[in-house]
Design a protein around this ligand. Structure first.
Ligand code: FAD
Length: 305
């Protein structure tokens, strides 16, 4: 046991890294910690509705501004103890000293949580502002990966950016640093949301060409309303594919048609990704179940039969 933290008991929860490498594509759902009682109700409704689909794992994001940090740990623990789902906690380095990070990692280990997505996070307040590490904290996800790995028997994932991270000067630099965090001990990676399979495939190819075989799961989010497109651009810093945006613009006045097109596009994207041999699909649910379930039934059920 490293650093005096409660090490995760071997066998207590499956390792997501091992699940991903087992052969069959994994299917996973991402949730965020709600901030209101109504949001909490919505989340648990989504969890209960998605649970029967038996996803490989679910993940819970970590609030950037410090508002949802405790709830991320609490929610991950609750999912671990009250559902049949395998939870993974996201963890960021924002505003945390190494001692505080160790404390959070220790709480996760104490709850039997074995899987962590180690991401650096963005500056609180203005996510596009200058990144300043905590004076006693870590600078990059790479350092966080090492910290989690040396803290116990964790399986660690990292973030990947098909269009490069908005702060990276170019694709080559972005790829180099991505590979460094894989080599620091990441078992797998998950991308920001992708809407075009080729964007994901280019990332996969350049990482493989650089000699890195860390499995990369594409992040997928069905567009159910036009606001989702705008939100995706804000969240990812990447432009929504123009050809796809033009299709949505044609049905912009018809909310049902937008939703149908979004589901249809997500079905096609997921099918293409599966045909291309992705190691899994990671669905960003926005704490709602219906669209994810529809796409799942169209694509995922067939691959598990
Ligand atoms: P890093 O890998 O540290 O990279 C950040 C930048 O620094 C990149 O430009 C990189 O190229 C560069 N870099 C890396 N290492 C070095 C180095 N040694 N020297 C110089 N430059 C370097 N945010 C949250 O707040 N909470 C979440 O729960 C969350 N979940 C996410 C899940 C996924 C799947 C993804 C894709 C993102 C998530 N994010 C989350 C967003 C993420 O925190 C931000 O995108 C953040 O800006 C980058 O995180 P990172 O882990 O990729 O950072």
């Amino acid at each position: 046991m490293a650093l005096g933290l409660p090490s995760v008991l071997p066998g207590s929860q499956p390792s997501i890294g091992e699940l991903i490498r087992a052969g069959q594509p994994t299917f996973s759902f991402e949730f965020f910690p709600p901030k209101t009682p109504a949001g909490e109700q919505l989340l648990w409704q989504a969890i209960r509705e998605l649970e029967p689909l038996r996803p490989s794992f679910v993940s819970i994001t970590y609030g950037a501004g410090g508002t949802t940090r405790d709830t991320t740990v609490d929610l991950t623990e609750r999912i671990a103890t009250e559902t049949t789902l395998l939870p993974m906690a996201h963890l960021t380095a924002v505003d945390h000293s190494v001692a505080e990070l160790r404390n959070v990692i220790g709480r996760l280990a104490g709850a039997g949580v074995r899987n962590v997505l180690a991401v650096r996070g963005d500056p609180p307040g203005d996510p596009t502002g200058e990144w300043v590490a905590h004076p006693q904290g870590v600078h990059y996800a790479e350092d966080l990966v090492r910290l989690v790995r040396e803290s116990g028997d964790f399986s660690v994932g990292v973030a990947a950016f098909p269009y490069k991270h908005p702060r990276s000067p170019d694709i080559a630099t972005d790829t180099r640093y991505f590979i460094r965090k894989c080599r620091a001990g990441a078992d797998f990676a998950i991308t920001q949301m992708v809407f075009d399979a080729d964007d994901y495939l280019r990332l996969r190819d350049r990482v493989a060409a650089a000699g890195c075989d860390t499995p990369i799961l594409p992040g997928v989010m069905p567009v159910t309303k036009l606001a989702t497109i705008e939100r995706s651009e804000q969240l990812s810093g990447a432009p929504f594919p123009p050809a796809l945006a033009a299709q949505f613009a044609q049905v912009a006045d018809d909310a049902d048609a937008v939703r149908r097109l979004g589901i249809d596009q997500a079905n096609q994207l997921c099918q293409r990704l599966i045909d291309e041999g992705v190691p899994g699909l990671h669905f960003i649910t926005m704490n709602r179940s219906t669209a994810t379930r529809e796409v799942w039934l169209n694509v995922a059920a067939g691959t598990r039969a």
